[in-house]
Design a protein around this ligand. Structure first.
Ligand SMILES: Nc1ncnc2c1ncn2[C@@H]1O[C@H](COP(=O)(O)OP(=O)(O)O)[C@@H](O)[C@H]1O
Ligand SMILES: C=C(OP(=O)(O)O)C(=O)O
Ligand SMILES: [K+]
Ligand SMILES: [Mg+2]
Length: 580
């Protein structure tokens, strides 16, 4: 038995305004007669004249438009098949619908994980997005990684997306003359200079990439390396050389970022004059466009302007292929212009590493919460990044505090969590990912069991009438799914927009997102709760449902009787049905 509710868009739609319904009200679709909950469902739509309820046919049992559904594998996907990766399939079967992982996982790829087998191990371990950081490595190196991830997707049926992260025009150290790291001791004097040193380079010397460095610093300034992992005090200036005494010893890593503090405040005048996107970044962006990466993350974003600028550049250059732009929130300016930056972007990253060097550390948690909340309200995917499992760079188990930090990000319902050094150059990249995955699944389950969902007000984000209809449909579908304890939400979406609107509601059940292109499928892999499948569509919703049910049933991913709520962006309707 299936029930459907269809939204008939008036032909004069652009001139209408949508009647506003109380968003958190449960009376939109009063549900009555629920004697055996899942078996007998009666929905009485009670909306205005815009809404027209139709009761649709039940699916004829055993109907299959793809007789050979059972033999479709993750790798051989014809026009009638469905594409989902083996890991998702295994997770679904193992955990059941409701316990699949909702939070997405990003791994920074570096020397520890750039091999094909290492990348495959991460994909098997649940990596949804591979991040390459253009601060490090050559373009050839990154190209090889991209090629390997693409091959992994093609050969093994994964949908791992690629995120390219720009270097940004931050002030940073040089490459340590080939050494992997350099140890500093308390009280040692080090020289920071724009001078090019010969080989072998003199002891305790560091190159700085910014010509005005010696001019800008003052004796007495505090120099923070890598957000405060190592600290120095400026003691003397000799021409281009700046002598500094180590006050907090630690390990210097190649290209580590440098920040200056004076009398307890960040010295930011010089940063304000540097462009957000440097000439090297533009070349990297051209490279990313040519390689067809899925996301470009922009470092040290200060305003919405630069995001708009980049988006129009991508639109002109990328010839129809969409690349999502992620704004990294890691500077004081990014916090000042938070809302306009998030609005302009396709997503945001709480880049806690540099953020913690620019604002007092104790302000980072509240900044994180604000950014995550704002992104969720504006329906933009949000990533929490840096030091989530930092100790696992060296040790095989995380600290309790790290587990608590991961839990907090999951509890805030961020879309994605990111590993940096843990996966790029750590000793236990796969273990770190496994910890992230198990903690995430456990916290999500606990949270659902406790039913302690915070009530979040979701403002309308769409400006067009059609967008408002889609939002209302998705909000209602998610509410129905929660109230009826549905097993899954199904969304048929060409652009991915309806899927993101469902994700925004953070419903109790997972969202199966069916889309026609591999690029949209990869992009959806960043968003909370979405299980993206690739499927070719019919125009007819019933035909799509029939096809999906038989394909998924044949693979043991759903079974007769499961309760599914389905929405589609081709046909504005909500369907409530048991899998035949
Ligand atoms: N492509 C790469 N080549 C070499 N080392 C890398 C690469 N990507 C990352 N790393 C190493 O992993 C560390 C953590 O990565 P990430 O957090 O992305 O960079 P950063 O520390 O510069 O912000 C880097 O400091 C660097 O040592
Ligand atoms: C993710 C971050 O950026 P990057 O690793 O590029 O410095 C950060 O600063 O936290
Ligand atoms: K970067
Ligand atoms: Mg950063």
């Amino acid at each position: 038995m299936s029930q459907s509710l269809q939204f008939i868009t008036p032909s004069r739609a652009p001139y209408f305004t949508l009647p506003k319904f109380p968003r958190r009200s449960c009376t939109l679709f009063p549900v009555i007669n629920l004697p055996n909950t899942k078996r007998s469902i009666t929905i009485t739509p009670s909306l205005s004249s815009f809404l027209h309820a139709t009761s649709s046919r039940s699916l004829p049992s055993g109907n299959s438009q793809t007789g050979a559904a059972g033999v479709v594998s993750a790798l051989s996907v014809g026009a009638t098949g469905i594409e989902v990766d083996a890991v998702t399939e295994a997770e679904l079967k193992e955990n059941g619908f409701r316990s699949t992982r909702r939070t997405k996982l990003i791994c920074t790829i570096g020397p520890a994980t750039c091999g094909f087998e290492q990348l495959e191990a991460l994909a098997v371990g649940g990596m949804n997005v591979a991040r390459i950081n253009m601060c490090h490595g050559s373009r050839e190196w990154h190209q090889t990684v991209i090629e390997r991830v693409r091959r992994l997707n093609d050969e093994k049926g994964f949908a791992v997306a690629i995120m390219m992260d720009t270097e940004g025009s931050e002030i940073h150290m040089g490459d340590l003359g080939g050494a992997a790291s350099a140890k500093t001791e308390d009280g040692e004097i080090w020289t920071f200079s724009v001078r090019a040193f010969g080989t072998p380079r003199p002891e305790r010397t560091i190159n700085v990439n910014y010509d005005g460095f010696a001019e800008d610093v003052k004796v007495g300034d505090e120099l923070l390396v890598d957000g405060g992992m190592v600290r120095f005090e400026v003691t003397e200036k000799i021409g281009p050389d700046v002598k500094c005494r180590c006050t907090d010893p630690g390990l210097l890593l190649p290209q580590a970022n440098l920040t200056l503090w004076r009398n307890g405040s960040l010295v930011s005048e010089r940063n304000a004059m540097l462009p957000t996107i440097s000439s090297k970044d533009w070349l990297d962006i051209d490279f990313g466009i040519a390689e067809g990466v899925d996301f470009i993350a922009i470092s040290f974003v200060k305003s919405a302007e630069v995001i708009n600028h980049l988006k129009s550049y991508i639109a002109a250059r990328a010839c129809g292929s969409e690349i999502a732009v992620i704004a990294k929130m890691e500077s004081v300016d990014s916090l000042k212009n938070l809302e306009e930056i998030i609005q302009a972007s396709d997503g945001a990253m709480v880049a806690r590493g540099d953020l913690g060097a620019q604002i007092p550390l104790e302000q980072v948690p509240s900044a994180q919460q604000n950014i995550v909340q704002l992104c969720r309200q504006l329906n933009k995917p949000v990533i929490v990044a840096s030091q989530l499992l930092e100790s696992m760079i060296e040790y095989p188990t995380p600290t309790r505090a790290e587990v608590a930090d991961v839990s907090e990000a999951v509890r805030q319902r961020a879309d994605a969590l990111m590993l940096s050094g843990e996966s790029a150059m750590g000793q236990y990249p796969e273990k770190a990912l496994a910890v992230l995955r198990s903690v995430t699944v456990r916290i999500e389950k606990w949270w659902r069991e406790e039913k302690c969902h915070e009530a979040m007000e979701l403002p309308d984000v769409g400006t067009l009438f059609a967008d408002s209809i889609s939002e209302e449909i998705c909000n209602s579908a998610a509410k129905i799914a929660n109230n009826l304890e549905a097993d899954a939400l199904f969304v048929y979406t060409k652009t991915g927009h309806m899927a993101s609107l469902l994700s925004q509601c953070r419903p109790d059940c997972p969202i199966f997102a069916f889309t026609t292109t591999t690029s949209v499928r990869r992009r959806l892999n960043l968003q909370w709760g979405l299980i993206p499948f690739r499927l070719s569509f019919y125009d007819d919703m019933d035909a799509n449902l029939n096809k999906t049910f038989s394909l998924l049933k044949a693979r043991g991913m759903i079974k007769s009787g499961d309760l599914v709520i389905a929405v589609s962006d081709m046909l504005q309707s909500i369907k409530v049905m048991n899998v035949p």
